[in-house]
Design a binder for this molecule. Structure first.
Ligand code: BGC
Ligand code: BGC
Length: 597
C-alpha cells in the first residue's frame, strides 16, 4: 500500500475512534477506562456519593440541589412530568437540569431516566406501542428492534438519556399485575426479544444522538413469585430459577445492555436488593455484567433494619445507584457517614462510581448535554406511528373464526362498534401511559378502534355505542372490551373473568342472531370459556397502544394475521399457573396458538 493511502487510512481510523474530539473534554482522545480513572482520582466523597444518588423529579426540593449535592441522575416515575408535557417541555426541563450539573466543579453531566416501556409513554402525543406482551405475540425480533429504535428516538427527542426498559420478566402466573410488561412465558422468546429491544434502544453506536441507555429489569425472577404476587417471594431451586428467569439476561448482556435494575421481589425469603450473591457474584462476576446496577423505586426501604442497615446492605450487595423518591439529603449524609466509619468500603464506592462514569462515557454523555431538537420535532411523527401500526397488526392473535367470518368486507352496509374499549385511547393503551396507572379517554393522541374502522370503511356505515344498541338493527357487532388500566401490584387479580355486563351484552347479540367479533384488550389472557360459544370471531389485541388502525388492517383483510400466543391461555382460574408447550391440562388455547386465513 502506498504510504499516502496508509496515512489517510490511519487518519480515518483515528477520527472514528476519537468521536469526542470536538468537545470541550480535554481527555477526549483517551480510552474510557483512563478517562474514568482520571476523573475518579479528582472526586471527593461527596461527589462520588452524588453520582450514586438518583432523585425522583417531584422529590427534588430545589433544582439547584442537582449542583449543590452533585446528583448523578434524576428520574421521572410514572406520571411525573413537567407542566408542558409535550416533548419540547421535557427537553426544556432536562436541559435546564443539565445546566446545574454543568455548574459543578467537575462538570459531570446527569443522566435523566424514565420508564419508556411502550414508547416514551409519559410524553404527551408520543407514539404508544403495544405493551411487551403484544410484541411477544409478534415473535418478530426485527420488528421489536425497530420499535425500540423509534422509542429511543422519542426518548432522546424529549432530552432523556435512559429508559428503564426492557422488562425481561418471564411471567409464570397471569394473576400478576405486571404480566403485560414481559414478552412471554417462555424464556427463549424473552431472551431473543429482550436482546432485540436492547439493540434497538442502544443502537449500533451508543454515542449516536438517537441512542439511549437500556435497562434490563427486574433482576431476577420478578415473574416467578408465588401466586403471581407483585414484589413477592420466589420459591424455586436454583437450577430452575436460572433456566427460566436468569437465562434472558444472557441475551440482554450479550447485546451490551448498560444498566440492570434489581427486583423488589425475594428469592426463598431473601430480598434481592440485599443479595450479594445474586447482584455481585452472579450478575457482575459470573455473567460479567460491566454496566451499572440501579435499585428499584424506594426498594431499599423494604430491607430489614435501620436506615443505615438498608443503605449498607444494598450497596455492599452490589447496587451502584439508589433510586430515591424520598429524602435524598438524609441518604447522602447517611452514606457518607457509613463510608467514613468503614461500614461501606471506599473500594465499593469507587467500583460503583467507576461503573456509572464508564456508562456515561460510553453513551457519549458529554456530547449530549443539550437535547437534539431535530429529534424533538419528530416525537409522535407519522412515520413513527406507522411502525406502531405494524406492531399492532402483527401482535393480534386470532383465537376463533367461525365460518370464516373474518376478514370482513369493506362494503358491509352497517357495523356496530360497541364496548368499553371501542372508543377509548386510555383503555387501549393500558397502564404506564401518561400516568403510572394509565387513564381513560383521550389522554394522548391516537386512533381508537372505532375511528380506525371508520378510516377503513368510511364514516357513514360505522356506529359506536358503548353499551350496545338496539341489537336487531345491525348485521354485525364488533365488541371491544377488556381490562381497565392498571400498573404493578394494583393489577394483581385472583379473578380474570370478564365483567358480567360484558358477558350479558355478548349473549344478547347472540340471542338476537347478530354475529359477534370480540376484540379483547387485556394485559394477559382472561377467562372466556363462558362466552366463547357466543362469539363468531375472537381476537386477542393485548394492550395495543395508540395505533388502532393496525386492528382494522387485520379485520378488513389488508393483512393476514400472524400473531401467536405468548402465553398459554387458561380455561379456568384453577389452572393457573399453567405454562409451556405440553401442559397436560385442557387449556383454552395452547402456547403458540393463533389462526390465520
Ligand atoms: C417499578 C420499576 C420502575 C420504577 C421507576 C418501580 O415501581 O417497579 O419498573 O422502573 O418504579 O418508575
Ligand atoms: C412507581 C412510580 C410512580 C409512583 C407513584 C411507584 O411505585 O414506580 O413510577 O410514579 O409509584 O407513587
Amino acid at each position: 500500500m502506498k504510504p499516502i493511502i496508509l496515512l489517510f487510512l490511519s487518519l480515518a481510523i483515528f477520527s472514528c475512534e476519537d468521536k469526542t474530539s470536538d468537545s470541550g473534554d480535554p481527555d477526549a482522545g483517551l480510552p474510557i477506562s483512563e478517562k474514568v480513572n482520571k476523573l475518579l482520582a479528582q472526586m471527593t466523597l461527596e461527589e462520588k456519593i452524588g453520582q450514586m444518588t438518583q432523585v425522583n423529579k417531584s422529590n427534588l426540593l430545589k433544582e439547584s440541589d442537582i449542583r449543590d449535592y452533585y446528583l448523578g441522575s434524576i428520574l421521572s416515575g410514572g406520571g411525573v412530568a413537567p407542566p408542558n408535557r409535550r416533548a419540547s417541555g421535557w427537553a426544556d426541563m432536562v436541559d435546564r437540569f443539565q445546566g446545574y450539573a454543568l455548574q459543578t466543579r467537575l462538570k459531570i453531566p446527569i443522566l435523566y431516566g424514565i420508564d419508556a416501556v411502550h414508547g416514551n409513554n409519559n410524553v404527551l402525543d408520543a407514539v404508544i406501542f403495544p405493551h411487551n406482551i403484544g410484541l411477544g405475540a409478534t415473535r418478530d425480533a426485527a420488528l421489536v428492534e425497530k420499535v425500540a429504535k423509534v422509542t429511543a428516538e422519542e426518548v432522546a427527542g424529549a432530552g432523556i438519556h435512559w429508559t428503564f426498559a426492557p422488562c425481561i420478566a418471564v411471567p409464570q402466573d397471569e394473576r400478576w399485575g405486571r404480566t403485560y410488561e414481559g414478552f412471554a412465558e417462555m424464556p427463549d422468546l424473552v431472551n431473543e426479544l429482550g436482546a432485540a429491544s436492547v439493540r434497538g434502544l442502544q443502537g449500533s453506536d451508543l454515542t449516536a444522538k438517537t441512542s439511549v441507555l437500556a435497562c434490563a429489569k427486574h433482576y431476577v425472577a420478578d415473574g416467578g413469585t408465588q401466586n403471581g404476587k407483585d414484589q413477592g417471594n420466589v420459591i424455586l431451586d436454583e437450577a430452575t430459577l436460572r433456566s427460566i428467569h436468569l437465562s434472558p439476561y444472557d441475551g440482554a448482556i450479550g447485546a451490551g445492555v448498560q444498566t440492570v435494575m434489581a427486583s423488589y421481589s425475594s428469592i426463598n425469603g431473601q430480598k434481592m436488593h440485599g443479595s450479594a450473591y445474586w447482584l455481585t457474584s452472579v450478575l457482575k462476576n459470573e455473567k460479567q455484567f460491566d454496566g451499572l446496577l440501579v435499585s428499584d423505586w424506594a426498594a431499599i426501604r423494604q430491607l430489614p433494619g435501620s436506615n443505615d442497615d438498608q443503605i449498607t446492605n444494598s450497596i455492599n450487595a452490589g447496587l451502584d445507584i439508589i433510586m430515591l423518591p424520598d429524602n435524598y439529603k438524609e441518604f447522602i449524609s447517611a452514606l457518607k457517614n457509613l463510608v467514613e466509619t468503614n461500614k461501606v468500603p471506599l473500594t465499593r464506592i469507587d467500583d460503583a462510581v467507576r461503573r456509572i462514569l464508564t456508562v456515561k462515557y460510553r453513551l457519549g454523555l458529554w456530547e449530549k448535554t443539550k437535547t437534539e431538537r431535530s429529534l424533538t420535532g419528530a416525537v409522535g411523527s407519522d412515520s413513527h406511528r406507522l411502525v406502531a401500526r405494524e406492531a399492532v397488526r402483527k401482535s393480534l392473535v386470532v383465537l376463533k373464526n367461525e365460518g370464516n367470518l373474518l376478514p370482513l368486507s369493506k362494503s358491509i352496509s352497517t357495523i356496530l362498534v360497541t364496548g368499553s374499549h371501542g372508543d377509548n385511547i386510555g383503555f387501549q393503551c393500558g397502564g404506564w401511559t401518561m400516568e403510572w396507572q394509565g387513564g381513560s379517554g383521550p389522554i394522548t393522541k391516537g386512533t381508537t378502534v372505532y375511528r380506525a374502522i371508520q378510516n377503513a370503511v368510511g364514516e357513514g356505515s360505522v356506529f359506536f355505542m358503548e353499551n350496545g344498541l338496539d341489537e336487531t338493527l345491525f348485521p354485525l357487532a364488533i365488541v371491544v372490551i377488556g381490562e381497565e388500566p392498571y400498573a404493578e401490584g394494583a393489577g394483581d387479580r385472583n379473578d380474570l373473568s370478564l365483567k358480567s355486563s360484558d358477558v350479558a351484552m355478548i349473549k344478547s347479540f347472540k340471542s338476537n342472531g347478530i354475529p359477534v367479533v370480540l376484540i379483547l384488550m387485556s394485559g394477559r389472557p382472561m377467562i372466556i370459556s363462558n362466552i366463547i360459544d357466543d362469539c363468531d370471531a375472537i381476537v386477542a389485541a393485548w394492550l395495543p397502544g395508540t395505533e388502532g388502525d393496525g386492528i382494522a388492517d387485520i379485520l378488513f383483510g389488508d393483512y393476514k394475521p400472524t400473531g401467536k400466543l405468548p402465553h398459554t391461555w387458561p380455561a379456568t382460574m384453577g389452572q393457573i399457573p399453567v405454562n409451556g408447550l405440553s401442559t397436560g391440562l385442557p387449556v383454552q388455547f395452547p402456547y403458540g396458538y393463533g389462526l390465520t386465513w
